[in-house]
Design a protein around this ligand. Structure first.
Ligand SMILES: Nc1ncnc2c1ncn2[C@@H]1O[C@H](COP(=O)(O)OP(=O)(O)O)[C@@H](O)[C@H]1O
Ligand SMILES: [Mg+2]
Length: 292
């Protein structure tokens, strides 16, 4: 059984700036079991990225704690790999150099001197990861020479370089076209089946969440909190055709309905629009007194 038991206990976040105080995340608790694939879905601004950044150690929490295999985490570390929404490859490094980069950081943290054989096996692994991502012909290419999908494939390879126990992905395919997106989803399933890494995946795309996940956590609008924990019972391995199955569509409808519930149903927007554009209020009122 692989490691990578992620425990999130009462993690909360309030952003305090000079002008505003924003409660982004109410105390939130959940576990992701070793090898499990869990998606976080929720409306924009509900704190999904904030939570992921806290788990990655890139953001402090205002309360609570995060543990990986019972070890509290507060800084970034090789036990967690992160794929960001925006393309974040180093533009001055090739695909291979980008992929190898986290290894060079973690090498300083190794408790012992690497033997030649260990170095070689790590470098072999980088080559294998690049090949797994379908980038073998581009390992010496620079990010500017890659398509959006290829950049994110390189970013996934980089996130996996240190053999992290937990892979964190923040809307990694949000900027891709529909076809590339589906290819990337299949790739993620393939990687996951081979490496058995624990995955915490953020998306606002319900279909993507159902297709990839073992479990889906649905968040409420800001301030974010968990409002549902849904197990996806679809058989694995999954293919794109499964997206048309009865159970797939049922889950998609159920989760979409939950997300729509959080939307503005008070009619406040309607009222505002009517006030802005109604004939009566738009026309200047003729003040007859002025002309008399
Ligand atoms: N660095 C920051 N400073 C102040 N407020 C922030 C910061 N980062 C995020 N927020 C606020 O926290 C809330 C949640 O943001 P975020 O986690 O990015 O949402 P999501 O990823 O779900 O769209 C938003 O209201 C956002 O404006
Ligand atoms: Mg976000």
């Amino acid at each position: 059984m692989p490691g990578g038991h992620l425990q999130i206990r009462d993690v909360a976040k309030t952003f305090i700036t000079r002008r505003t105080v924003t409660q982004a995340l109410l105390p939130t608790s959940f576990d992701v079991q070793p090898g499990e694939f869990v998606s976080l879905v929720g409306p924009s601004g509900c704190g999904k990225s904030t939570l992921l950044y806290i788990v990655a150690g890139l953001e402090d929490c205002s309360g609570g704690d995060v543990r990986v295999d019972d070890t509290p985490v507060s800084d970034p570390g090789p036990d967690r790999g992160m794929v960001f929404q925006n393309y974040t490859l180093f533009p001055w490094l090739t695909v291979r150099e980008n992929t190898r980069f986290p290894m060079t950081l973690s090498a300083n943290a190794l408790p012992y001197e690497c033997t030649q054989a260990e170095v070689r096996s790590r470098l072999d692994r980088i080559g294998a990861l690049i090949e797994l991502m379908g980038l073998a012909d581009f390992e010496h290419a620079y990010p500017r020479e890659l398509s959006g999908g290829m950049k994110q494939r390189a970013a996934i390879a980089r996130a996996l370089a240190n053999e992290p126990a937990v892979l964190l992905m923040d809307e990694p395919f949000g900027a891709l076209d529909a076809q590339t997106r589906e290819e990337m989803q299949e790739l993620v399933l393939l990687v996951r089946a081979h490496l058995q890494t624990t995955v915490l995946f953020v998306t606002h795309d319900v279909e993507e969440a159902v297709f990839l996940s073992d479990r889906i956590l649905v968040m409420s609008p800001r301030p974010g909190r968990l409002r549902a924990d849904i197990r996806v019972g679809l058989p694995v391995p999954r293919t794109i055709d499964d997206k048309l199955s009865h159970e797939f569509l049922r889950l998609k409808r159920e989760i979409s309905a939950m997300l729509h519930e959080g939307r503005d149903t008070t009619g406040a927007r309607d009222t505002l629009l009517r006030r802005m554009f109604s004939q009566d209020e738009r026309k200047p009122q003729m003040n007859t007194d002025e002309h008399s």
